[in-house]
Write a protein of this length. Structure first.
Length: 367
């Protein structure tokens, strides 16, 4: 009797050992299947695209559920792949893979951005999906997929993160402050401009002919100071704040959402004769501020500010890019309003060297 009990326990132990699932190994197998889909985009191979799928599966999108057969899906997908030139497919978050305890069912959540040319039209999509996979004849196969595309607000946020990464900025810690001094030329005279920026403050100092002023906005204090007359105004009105924001050019190239609100991705358009990503923000007066980024390189090319002035909107172009501490920074900017052109030649740019007291000083930093 005892020997029989031992045999039963031993058999149960061996059976349980045989059914231990190597989760990491199974996740790698699932990821290998999904990788085939990525490869199929660039190889323009619809059969490879659906290789991870079962012979039929459920497709969930746009509020509808339909059963799809592989033989029916391949021709239309092949036509799409033939018409699409894929430039990039970038994961904007790591995949999430979950596997059932018995190792027969799994879930895969992915999120990517897609950039390319579809029928000669530049496109940019932010998409995510969830696929359910089942072990069929020892191989993971997709039995259902739910797809979703980001709205214009989410697309703008994800695109802005990609833009910063392309410029060499991984997070806010990479750029905590910017010092930017420019020799400037306007229609009537030359002048100098010094711009200090961090997340919560902006300081603009200008010297022109006999004038020398400082304009400062910030979370805790905002003021203007005329060094020639030694007159201080301990507050600023919204137009003055908008004026300072519009001159914090380098900060705007990295963090426009810290000066403007409500970013919306408006699609792919043209700016300065180039194909660009277009993101619209709103200033503190709720007027649109339109930013444009190179479709090829993601670099900020400039922006357009709406004004109440008869001369119309102000268009700003960024030019002459260099690297500072492995971060892309422009060295020239041009303001155009009507027939007037103002050129800013930035001859001294420093990253991450400012203290809070630098923003508050009422002494002139332009000597």
């Amino acid at each position: 009797m005892v020997s029989k009990v031992i045999l039963i326990v031993l058999s149960l132990f061996l059976f349980s050992c045989q059914n231990v699932i190597d989760i990491d190994a199974e996740k790698k197998k699932i990821q290998s299947q999904i990788d085939l889909v990525d490869q199929a985009h660039y190889k323009k191979d619809a059969a490879l695209f659906y290789q991870p799928n079962a012979e039929q599966w459920y497709d969930v999108r746009n509020g509808n559920v339909q059963q799809v057969h592989k033989s029916n899906a391949i021709p239309s997908t092949q036509s799409y792949l033939d018409e699409m030139d894929f430039h990039e497919m970038i994961r904007h978050r790591d995949p999430i893979i979950e596997i059932s305890e018995d190792g027969t069912l799994a879930s895969y959540i992915g999120a990517v951005t897609v950039k390319g040319i579809l029928n000669e039209t530049p496109i940019y999509w932010v998409v995510s999906w969830q696929s359910v996979l089942r072990k069929i004849n020892g191989e993971w196969k997709i039995i259902s997929t739910a797809n979703t595309e980001a709205n214009k607000q989410s697309s703008a946020a994800i695109l802005m993160d990609q833009i910063r990464k392309k410029m060499g900025v991984q997070g806010e810690a990479d750029i905590s402050s910017i010092y930017a001094y420019a020799d400037c030329q306007g229609p009537e005279r030359a002048f100098q401009t010094l711009l200090l920026s961090n997340q919560n403050n902006g300081r603009m100092e200008q010297v022109y002919e006999n004038g020398h002023i400082i304009l400062k906005h910030g979370k805790d204090s905002s003021w203007t100071y005329n060094l020639k007359t030694e007159s201080l105004k301990e507050d600023i009105d919204p137009p003055t704040k908008t004026f300072i924001h519009g001159h914090e050019l380098h900060w705007l190239s990295f963090w426009p959402e810290q000066r403007y609100s409500s970013p919306v991705f408006k699609g792919v358009s043209q700016f300065g004769g180039k194909t660009v990503f277009h993101i619209e923000f709103k200033d503190i007066a709720n007027k649109p501020v339109n930013f444009y980024y190179s479709f090829d390189t993601y670099k900020p090319l400039g922006f357009v500010l709406q004004t109440d002035q008869k001369e119309g909107p102000v268009t700003v172009h960024f030019e002459s890019w260099e690297k500072i501490d492995n971060i892309d920074v422009f060295k020239k900017a041009t303001f155009t309003q009507g027939d007037e052109i103002f050129e800013y030649d930035f001859v001294d740019i420093k990253l991450n060297q400012l203290k809070d007291t630098d923003f508050e000083t009422k002494e002139g930093l332009i000597k």
